[in-house]
Write a protein that binds this ligand. Structure first.
Ligand SMILES: Nc1ncnc2c1ncn2[C@@H]1O[C@H](COP(=O)(O)OP(=O)(O)O)[C@@H](O)[C@H]1O
Ligand SMILES: [Mg+2]
Length: 316
């Protein structure tokens, strides 16, 4: 039986994406009509899974009128959503492409500050939404005010429900997961820079990345550890071994959403009980597909299939 997938977004956003004829200070920059998308890590993971033919429920903290707007956008996209009351007003973000240079400027706001009583509300919503064998995905920035041990607490909660947690995070929350391991965490995924920051050393070769991923496995940080290597794909370690997966080089159009596409494809195939090496192959393929599509687009399903056929996975 396939597992359910529940993605969690504590700090969602309504994304406005547009172009301007040339970006200069002091002028009124007359932009094109914006493309408006629901965004934030977990939401993008759920959208990627939907694009790939699966279904994930997005659990989102929402606030005030932008929160209501976000729910409408998710409904229009056909992403099943469970909302709970978060603090303040859901944030917005804006990305503007300069038509002259093609450079993209991304303006991202911090989001409302969480108070102590907001975290138990989030955990209670997870408890309600995660039933039986659910793959729960936590992706995206932690809202201001949420303590660094939130993913660890969530991991124990989810395991207590008989479900499994997949975390893609950075900064203090990532360090905390690595420094105070919980047996309950199923997958920990990070990109290359996050990996080097956590390792405290450069991870120049695939062998370096694999050695670091194995260290995390040996410390009991998670059952599966994935560390990306930029254009050189991703390395995955479990107690049974380590693998590297890479797609053939392709022209990069926009890297936005590549990490969430990786997590979406990886989780979707885990939910179908595919072997972990094949989940890695799908994740690498979807990340690569996302880099081949324009700004806000996630992984195109046909490009992902093609990349999956061409992706090379080898044991390290
Ligand atoms: N040319 C490339 N440069 C950087 N990342 C790439 C490239 N091609 C594929 N990728 C993959 O895209 C993903 C980017 O992940 P991440 O940095 O977490 O993205 P995000 O910006 O969405 O958080 C990684 O899995 C990485 O291996
Ligand atoms: Mg990322």
């Amino acid at each position: 039986m396939a597992a359910h997938i529940l993605t969690i977004t504590l700090n969602p956003t309504v994304d406005y994406c547009m172009t301007a004829p040339g970006i200069e200070p002091g002028l009124k920059l007359r932009c094109t009509e914006p493309q408006i998308d629901p965004g934030g890590g977990g939401i993008n993971v759920a959208r990627a899974i939907r694009l790939l033919g699966g279904q994930a429920t997005a659990l989102v903290a929402i606030g005030a009128s932008t929160g209501a707007n976000l729910l409408q956008l998710l409904a229009l996209e056909g992403v099943p959503t469970v909302a709970f009351q978060g603090p303040g007003e859901t944030r917005q973000s804006m990305s503007v492409i300069d038509q002259e240079t093609g450079s993209q400027y991304r303006f991202v706001m911090p989001g409302p500050v969480w108070q102590d009583h907001d975290v138990p509300r989030a955990l209670a919503s997870v408890d309600q939404a995660a039933r039986g064998d659910t793959l729960v995905v936590l992706s995206g920035s932690q809202p201001p005010g949420v303590a660094k041990d939130f993913p660890s607490i969530l991991s124990d909660h989810v395991a207590g429900k008989g479900s499994r947690l997949i975390v893609d995070t950075s900064g203090p929350a990532l360090f905390h997961l690595a420094e105070q391991p919980r047996e309950s965490l199923y997958v920990l995924r990070m990109n290359g820079e996050e990996g080097e920051e956590l390792a405290g050393r450069p991870l120049a070769t695939r062998a370096d990345t694999a050695a670091f991923a194995r260290e995390l496995i040996d410390k009991g940080v998670a059952r599966i550890v994935v560390v990306a290597r930029g254009a050189d794909g991703s390395v995955m370690a479990t107690k049974d071994g380590a693998w590297h997966g890479v797609s053939p080089p392709a022209p990069i159009i926009s890297k936005v959403g590549a990490g969430d596409s990786f997590v979406g494809a990886f989780t979707y195939h885990l939910s179908q009980n595919a072997p972990v090496e094949d989940c890695l192959r799908w994740g690498v393929a979807a990340a690569s597909a996302a880099t081949m599509t324009e700004a806000t687009r996630l992984c195109d399903p046909e490009v992902t299939e093609q990349q999956h056929r061409d992706c090379v996975v080898s044991q390290l």
